[in-house]
Design a protein around this ligand. Structure first.
Ligand code: AOF
Ligand code: ZN
Length: 351
């Protein structure tokens, strides 16, 4: 059981782990706060991407250089992920904590990486108190923080979130092709926030040509968020490159129509969470391949009666073969002075 100072420290560790300045890549986001036995913060640290110091080592180094007069002997290390026990690009954090004389370690989540795990055991064997009994909400936050990374470890491909915006009758564009905007400002704002939480945003060449999208994550007034996703365009037909924007994510062309091949190319670049933003052909291709892990639908209370469907042909000809999804969550997204859209979160049912 954590005391109040430790609960605060874990919240803080989760916050610094999510530092938007940390480049995207194949490593998890990890934070560490060192507390004195009296519950004062001695130092904070976090991991800044593959090849850099781990969070624990970062915090210990800061305790040494930030003029902390109190020693860390007997201190409590509060970490968002189990300290590693392996010598990878850096030394094992479990050993670093032991050598520093840390007395107690609070851990929000076990390391699912078989290469790195073992820190809990090593610390306990050395007689250190290890506490994994953290509040559920904080354990869940630690899991969510790295869900793309964990998915990659389990499935050797990125986590895929597909997002579509549609009318009540399933249209993504009117008969003349106009599509801006079907949903209101609140839903659109949410898409930009979603982009900041993903490593890459992917569209097909059709959408790249038709919509000329920037695929950046912007605030309502237009300023770019500090973390920008990689911008991926998939398909073999030509499409102009995405606009060059100062501060936008790098862009990449994936010369394939095969979602699985596209994901492999992205995975090899360190991408662990992809936001598929369509259009209808690419979304259908991912759904048909069974490669959508979650679907976010922005449903606008409006009708077109004709026009482009939000999802193209799924090769389903009879009801028995339909693609069922589990509805996980529904939220209203009211826009000031405008209509209220619905956001549905769904998971395709695995057959
Ligand atoms: C920790 N603290 O801050 C991080 C950990 O490539 P390496 O050598 O940096 O090792 C990466 C693995 O170590 C990563 O997959 C994960 O299992 C663990 N990351 N562990 O104790 C940290 N970033
Ligand atoms: Zn480590």
């Amino acid at each position: 059981m954590l005391d109040a100072a430790e609960r605060w420290a874990l919240r803080r560790a989760l916050e610094i782990a999510a530092d938007p300045a940390v480049p995207l890549g194949p490593n998890p986001r990890v934070g560490c706060v060192l507390l004195s036995p009296a519950g004062e913060v001695l130092a904070e640290g976090h991991h800044r991407g593959a090849g850099t110091a781990h969070a624990e080592a970062d915090a210990l180094a800061r305790a040494r250089t930030d003029g902390v007069t109190t020693s860390v002997t007997g201190a409590t290390a509060v970490v968002t992920l189990e300290p590693c026990a392996h010598r990878g690009r850096t030394g094992p954090c479990a050993d670093a904590l032991l050598e520093a004389g840390i007395g107690r370690v609070v851990i929000a989540r076990q390391d699912p990486n078989p290469v790195a795990t073992g820190g809990i055991e090593r610390l306990r064997e050395a007689g250190i108190e290890v506490d994994l009994d953290v509040p559920e909400e904080l354990a869940a936050a630690a899991e969510t923080l790295n869900r793309g990374w964990e998915h990659g470890l389990q499935h050797a491909r990125p986590l895929v979130t597909a997002k579509i915006a549609l009318t009540l009758d399933g249209r993504a564009a009117a008969a003349d092709g106009t599509s801006q905007w079907i949903t209101g400002p609140a839903a659109r704002e949410e898409v930009h926030l979603l982009r900041t939480t993903c490593d890459a945003v992917l569209v097909g060449t059709g959408t790249a040509r038709a919509d000329d999208p920037t695929l950046t994550a912007r605030r309502p007034e237009g300023a770019l968020y500090p973390r920008q996703p990689l911008r991926a365009v998939m398909g073999t037909s030509t499409a102009p490159s995405l606009p060059d924007i100062d501060g936008a994510g790098e862009q990449v062309r994936l010369l394939t129509h095969d979602p699985s091949a596209a994901l492999e190319l992205l995975f090899d670049r360190g991408i662990r969470h992809v936001l598929v933003e369509g259009g209808p052909i690419v979304t259908a291709a991912f759904l048909r391949a069974g490669l959508v892990d979650e679907l976010i639908v922005h449903l606008a209370p409006t009708l077109l009666g004709a026009g482009r469907p939000a999802v193209e042909d799924l090769s389903i000809t009879t009801l028995a073969n339909r693609l069922d999804l589990d509805l996980v969550d529904v939220v209203m997204l009211p826009s000031p002075g405008g209509a209220t859209d619905l956001r549905l979160l769904l998971r395709p049912r695995r057959r």
